[in-house]
Design a protein around this ligand. Structure first.
Ligand SMILES: Nc1ncnc2c1ncn2[C@@H]1O[C@H](COP(=O)(O)OP(=O)(O)OP(=O)(O)O)[C@@H](O)[C@H]1O
Ligand SMILES: [Mg+2]
Length: 428
């Protein structure tokens, strides 16, 4: 298609690697026949909301799962199919989607619901954008539901970002409280499993609901997801085994479909930049490294400089030493010499320990208590969850830390750094 595009020859160049690159864009929502590997989850969600299609009351459902496991995609997919099925039974069913990471207060969420309903139905009353409270938005919502719908599915995505969960109570009690006759089914989505606890306290009985858990994708599911978008590439530019490798790497790290697709796209871009005619395993390996560094950078982006230096200290000990795990004291010693390198005043050992604990919480490191018996006391051993090379790169992306030694540099200066640690230990 690109070759025939008429007009200015400047824009007619043929892309040797990509055919329909948009299939690999982050925001791209795949069509129905490109959704694979989630049949059981589709069935489970359908079982909860499906009653709507027969004119019966649906169940509310909460979907939990890590990022990139298809929660948003599957919810929208099932809700839309339920809507179509309901309509073919002469039931007026609506679907509303709210991204609660943006509409993160009850007022914003209800305003969005009211405005989407108005847009869908041609409701005539004016809905003010500001200056009114939540109750007024609820009035409009009930009014429109009453006038125009038999049933509605409300998807509240990233629901843990909402400042309170009153909206769940309002939606689930609306019929009982005689606000509307329409059946309302809520699909709540969260990647924070802890959200359950806050939920239980607040709205326990009124939002009776089922819970579903979406698990990370395994290698064969990721392979299917990517195979189904192979036509993003020109025919036969993907070398045999590339998709398999990409799936295996992504499954091992996180099982996140979004990340797997990103790696595939990045690999294609790498191939194109280097004028390669094929996308090969080597491109996937490199793309995976870039993706992993981005992931670490995302995880640590909110961390303090000292937390980053602490991570760097642990990474550099692993690179220059012969072990995978180090004690807090050993990391602290390296941290002090690194602070010297970048002319930064070090914090105390205890302060550093707290920084490490926070990183353990984020999942960048793992800390394990090891005991030398009652008399010797126990101590913590820390390890990195990812390749130390990636930590070095991610930390050096912070502009105030770009003067830190690179990975290669660290390897070269191995002896020098170890001697410094030894010096520090003799003083402590
Ligand atoms: N089963 C699947 N089939 C095809 N593509 C999928 C599938 N699951 C996920 N994807 C792709 O991965 C992207 C991410 O999926 P989705 O947005 O549903 O994840 P999520 O679980 O909602 O993640 P988050 O918690 O980060 O919001 C989708 O836009 C889609 O492109
Ligand atoms: Mg999502």
């Amino acid at each position: 298609m690109s070759e025939q595009a008429g007009g200015d020859p400047l824009f007619q160049s043929h892309d040797p690697i990509f055919n329909r690159k948009e299939l690999l864009h982050v925001g791209h929502v795949p069509e129905e026949d490109r959704i694979v590997g989630r049949d059981d989850e589709i069935q489970s969600v359908a079982a909860e909301v499906g009653a709507i299609t027969r004119g019966d009351p649906p169940n509310n459902v909460m979907i939990y799962g890590k990022t990139g496991t298809g929660k948003s995609l599957i919810s929208r997919h099932v809700a839309t199919r339920a809507q179509d099925a309901a309509r073919s039974n002469d039931i007026d069913c609506g679907v509303l989607y709210v991204d609660c990471s943006e509409a993160n207060t009850e007022t914003r969420a209800t305003r969005q619901l009211a405005l989407s309903l108005k847009e869908e139905t041609g409701y005539e009353e004016h809905i003010p954008l500001r200056g009114v409270g939540t109750m007024e938005y609820y009035q409009h919502i009930w009014g429109i539901l009453q006038q125009c719908f038999d049933a509605i599915v409300v998807i509240l995505d990233e629901i843990d970002k909402l400042d309170n969960s009153n909206i769940l109570m309002q939606l689930s009690r609306a019929r009982e409280a005689q606000k509307t006759d329409a059946y309302i089914g809520v699909i709540g989505i969260s990647n924070k499993i802890q959200y359950r606890e806050t939920l239980d306290e607040r709205i326990d009985s009124s939002f009776g609901h089922r819970e579903l858990f979406f698990h990370p994708y395994d290698a064969s599911q990721l392979r299917e997801i990517m195979r189904n978008r192979e036509d993003a590439f020109q025919p036969s530019v993907l070398e045999d085994g590339t998709i398999e490798l990409c799936a295996a790497l992504a499954a091992k790290k996180h099982g996140d479909a979004r990340k797997a697709i990103e790696i595939l796209k990045e690999a294609g871009e790498l191939a194109r930049r280097t004028d390669s005619k094929l996308v090969a395993e080597d491109h996937i390996q490199q793309a995976q490294e870039v993706a992993e560094i981005n992931r670490i950078e995302e995880l640590t982006s909110g961390a303090t400089v000292h937390a980053k230096l602490a991570l760097y200290a642990l990474a550099s000990r692993i690179i220059t030493g012969d072990r995978e795990t180090y004690k807090t004291r050993e990391i602290f010693e390296r941290y002090v010499s690194i602070c010297e390198l970048v002319a930064n005043d070090p914090i105390t050992e205890n302060g550093l320990y707290r920084q490490l604990k926070e990183q353990a919480f984020l999942g960048v490191i793992e800390s394990e208590k090891t005991g030398g018996g009652r008399s010797q006391g126990s101590y913590l051993l820390h390890r990195l969850v990812t390749d130390p090379k990636h930590i070095v790169k991610a930390v050096r992306r912070d502009s105030s830390l770009e003067d830190l030694p690179t990975y290669d540099h660290l390897v070269e200066r191995s002896n020098e750094l170890q001697n410094r640690d030894a010096d520090l230990s003799t003083f402590s």
